[in-house]
Write a protein that binds this ligand. Structure first.
Ligand code: MG
Length: 333
């Protein structure tokens, strides 16, 4: 009887708390809320068919010894989820060059695994990005890599594949990027029938208008990435994106920066505001470059930041870091 009374009192308190608005703490994760993502026309929609716009952060190149690999840890992901309200992160797996996946597959896979496992644990989406400018030169390496990714993580709604970060301006959409993409997509789809696959386009993933005139056919849930750096790219690139959307392809901004296309230079606040408005209007999901402490404008952390902290106070953030933290926190979820 005593226990019964206690339960009644507890129930009353909890109802009262709810009525007073003092209780509910957000307990549903972004992935619990939105579930499996899919493409519906030129939109990315969630499990309820509602347009979804995710906002988050890209990690830096995963290459061993480049510095950014130090931030492929659990603390980074939980900090971005809890302190920034990030709903998505991107693991930029460096493909070529010193310390890359092709040279050090074990270390780079460990980086990937740490980031993806932490994203799943935190209930946020995660892009596995084949971070290359020459991916058409070794398609079999990409096939082998994405077979491994799909086998390990294809069952999780969290996972998004990005199969080619940025083809160069010398690449051809029809001759280079489409054959490469079809090859890799076919391999993924044998294992994972449904998760989003993001495709790059020439000119560092700016030629989405070109892609939209001759898109990849025969597969569902294909998305095209649009990359921009606010200090360099302005209305002209937004026009290309509008052409692509009008032609019916779905876009996602898997990488953008507040500074110049070099990754350095001053933060362009006015241009960032214009791009943020554009992304909101079109429900574009986006990841900002980059969670790293390299001494350059696009870095979120100031130089010599400690990768083993549980969180990073605002004094550890650069001008770009402070700006994008606010932008992501205020994004609709
Ligand atoms: Mg799947």
């Amino acid at each position: 009887m005593k226990n019964f009374s206690l339960i009644v009192v507890l129930l009353m308190c909890s109802r009262l708390g709810l009525a007073m608005g003092s209780v509910p703490v957000e307990s549903v994760t972004p992935v619990e809320r939105h579930g499996s993502l899919s493409v519906d026309g030129n939109r990315i929609v969630d499990k309820s068919g509602e347009a979804v716009s995710l906002a988050g952060v890209s990690l830096f190149w995963s290459n061993e010894g480049w510095g950014g690999n130090r931030f492929y840890n659990e603390n980074t992901i939980s900090y971005l989820k809890n302190d920034w309200d990030a709903t998505i992160v991107r693991a930029a797996i460096g493909v070529d060059g010193d310390g890359s996946y092709l040279e050090n597959p074990k270390e780079n896979w460990e980086n990937l695994k740490t980031a993806v496992d932490a994203a799943i644990e935190n209930g946020i989406y995660v892009i596995v990005d084949w971070h290359s400018h020459h991916a058409e030169d070794y398609p079999q390496a990409a096939v082998d890599f994405f077979i491994k990714v799909a086998s390990e993580y294809g069952e999780y709604p969290n996972l998004i594949y990005e199969i080619y970060n940025e083809p160069l301006n010398t690449a051809s959409w029809e001759e280079d990027v489409v054959p490469y993409s079809e090859h890799v997509i076919a391999a993924i789809r044998k294992i994972d029938p449904d998760n989003l696959i993001v495709v790059g386009s020439p000119t560092w993933s700016q030629d989405v208008d070109v892609a939209s005139k001759n898109p990849i056919i025969g597969y569902e849930n294909i998305v095209y990435t649009l990359h921009f750096y606010a200090g360099t790219h302005k209305e002209g690139l937004r026009k290309k994106a509008e052409v692509a959307l009008e032609n019916g392809i779905a876009l996602m901004v898997t990488e953008w920066g507040t500074v110049e296309a070099s990754g350095d230079g001053a933060v362009d606040h006015e241009s960032v505001a214009e791009w943020a408005s554009f992304m909101k209007t079109h429900n574009l999901s986006h990841c900002v470059w980059a969670f790293n402490d390299k001494d350059e404008g696009a870095s979120i952390l100031v130089p010599n930041s400690d990768p083993d902290q549980e969180s990073w106070p605002d004094v550890s953030l650069t001008e770009s870091g402070l700006l994008v933290k606010e932008l992501i926190r205020e994004w609709r979820h």
